[in-house]
Ligand binder design. Structure first.
Ligand code: FAD
Length: 492
């Protein structure tokens, strides 16, 4: 049985090509060579196949899907562990970098330049062939994947080992207006856009003669008091207060940041000490916290809360969790809340040669009694190394080992000298927490170049006035969560 579900639009396109193609997919002539190097066929041609054309391949081929913490970790480990003749390595990802997400709120707040959080794939990997594109279809019987490459033209690649690490998307619900008017905080485009958007609102407010309109432009709502929403609300409030110097007609009391969560505390998923400390900083900064509250409706000019209150605003940032990349659901394997179930060696039961890890996989965590490991960078990084070792072992190099990781604690950067952290169970707040938090991030960033840039950004942010200018890279109609995260690719 063919275990594949795919994108409606792409499937139609592929099927049309298949019907008109002079040969079956998988029997393509050596045009596959071109497709493998990323040169996709022109529209109207048959989907190129580099995979099955490689029947004569001497070496097994390992394909990793996703260049995040997990995927890049696997490939770094394979490059280090496998001799060059042992396997051909390939990566498929729509981006050419690993995004260090933990500092994304600081991109929105203007303290860090976006490029400095992007760790170059090409600077990290030496012998992996990197394909730019989205994997949209997995055929576990034929052992191929379909990649939507240049100009969204699909082509296929064959694999002997498939490692799935496509991460997660922003989790949205069927809340009226959310998909069209809500903003996400999952990638660089969204972070840069939010900064522009906030500055635009301040500019509109500054120029408006109408008090109610000014209030609406100066009101910002963040939903989700997990680490992303909490860091974002704290840091953006600080950013807007600093930016007010450039908007002489606006007063501090006109700027409102609200943080909402359905839970009854801030940072509900973390140690209580972190939540209490973060809540205190948020209060001191002037962020309004509404717990046991979410939104019922989002419009361009207001949000309606679940309490019935209507808040005039043009800004709703949705940080209420993530949902695993739907690609892993298309395997037809067992899933838990959208994450594909794997064994403790990252293998998908019943699908030989298929591994999965990171946010998209439910990896049993023996330190939590076998419950799935949390969707955190900490786990994804360590899973990358462990899965790399196991994939190498499946090719005959070394032995397999189960995944084990004991939580090292968490750091929450609230901007400036404020943070809360519990490294190795130690409860810290204020300057010591901020020092530990920043040291941790510099260590965790896996490139010395990125580290240097981020450290310089922090220094500049502490010493020099921020430049409150908009960049305007992304026009507002293209900034919806669905568009930026391309969720339409997985609608079957
Ligand atoms: C704003 C923010 C702040 C965070 N802060 C922290 C923190 O402080 N501490 C912490 O532990 N965790 C944090 N996290 C969570 C952490 O980022 C994730 O748990 C981690 O990124 C998961 O790693 P991953 O490799 O599974 O996925 P990702 O890092 O998301 O990587 C997924 C990769 O797959 C690629 N991809 C997506 N779809 C496809 C496709 N169809 N085909 C091919 N490639 C695809 C993506 O482009 C990306 O390269 C934060 C997350 C966010 C969004």
């Amino acid at each position: 049985m063919r275990n594949s579900v795919t994108v409606a639009r792409v499937t139609r396109q592929v099927e049309q090509w298949r019907r008109t193609a002079p040969f079956e997919s998988g029997m393509a002539p050596q045009s596959g060579m071109a497709s493998q190097s990323g040169a996709a066929p022109q529209s109207g041609a048959a989907p190129a196949t580099s995979g099955p054309a490689e029947h004569g391949r001497a070496r097994p081929k390992v394909i990793v899907v996703g260049s995040g913490y997990a995927g890049l970790g696997v490939l770094s480990h394979l490059e280090a562990r496998l001799p060059a003749h042992a396997a051909d390595l390939a990566l498929v990802s729509p981006v050419d970098h690993l995004l260090y997400t933990s500092l994304l709120p600081q991109v929105a707040a203007g303290d860090i330049e976006p490029r400095h959080l992007a760790v170059s794939v090409r600077g990290t990997l030496r012998r992996t062939v990197s394909h730019l594109g989205h994997v949209t279809e997995i055929d576990t019987k034929r052992r191929t994947i379909t990649v939507l490459g240049r100009a969204d033209v699909p082509y296929t690649l064959a694999w002997d080992r498939l490692v799935l690490a496509p991460g997660a998307h922003t989790r949205t619900f069927d809340i009226p207006g959310l998909a069209d008017h809500g903003l996400g905080m999952k990638n660089l485009a969204e972070a840069v856009y939010l900064r522009d958007h906030v500055l635009r609102q301040l500019a509109y407010a500054d120029a408006s003669p109408d008090a109610a309109a000014r209030r609406a432009h100066c009101t910002f709502v963040v939903v989700g008091a997990g680490y992303t929403g909490t860091e974002l609300a704290a840091q953006m409030r600080r950013f807007t207060v600093k930016a007010l110097e450039q908007f002489p007609r606006l007063r501090l009391e006109q700027v409102r940041w609200l943080l909402l969560d359905l839970a009854d505390k801030v940072l509900p998923e973390l140690d209580e000490h972190l939540g209490i400390g973060a809540r205190q900083v948020l209060r001191e900064r002037g962020v309004e916290i509404r717990l046991k509250t979410s939104v019922r409706e989002v419009r361009t000019d207001a949000v309606t809360l679940t309490s019935g209150e209507v808040i005039p605003t043009h800004t709703l940032v949705w940080c209420a969790g993530v949902t695993p990349n739907p690609l892993v659901g298309s395997l037809g394997a067992e899933t838990v809340r959208g994450r594909v179930v794997v064994d403790e060696r990252f293998q998908v039961p019943g699908l030989s040669g298929v591994f999965a890890l990171g946010d998209a996989a439910a990896v049993p965590d023996s330190t939590r009694g076998g419950l799935p490991a949390g969707q955190t960078a900490q786990n994804a990084v360590r899973q990358g190394a462990a899965a790399g070792r196991n994939v190498a072992a499946s090719l005959g190099y070394g032995g397999m080992r189960p995944y084990r990781h004991r939580d090292l604690g968490f750091v929450v950067d609230l901007g400036g000298a404020d943070a809360v952290a519990n490294p190795l169970g130690l409860r810290l707040s204020g300057v010591p927490a901020a020092a530990v938090t920043r040291a941790y991030h510099l260590l965790a960033l896996r490139s010395a170049t990125n580290r240097a840039y981020v450290a310089a950004d922090w220094l500049l942010a502490a010493l020099v006035k921020p430049r409150t200018v908009q960049l305007g890279f992304l026009p507002p109609p293209q900034a919806t969560i669905a568009q930026v995260e391309r969720t339409e690719l997985y609608q079957s």
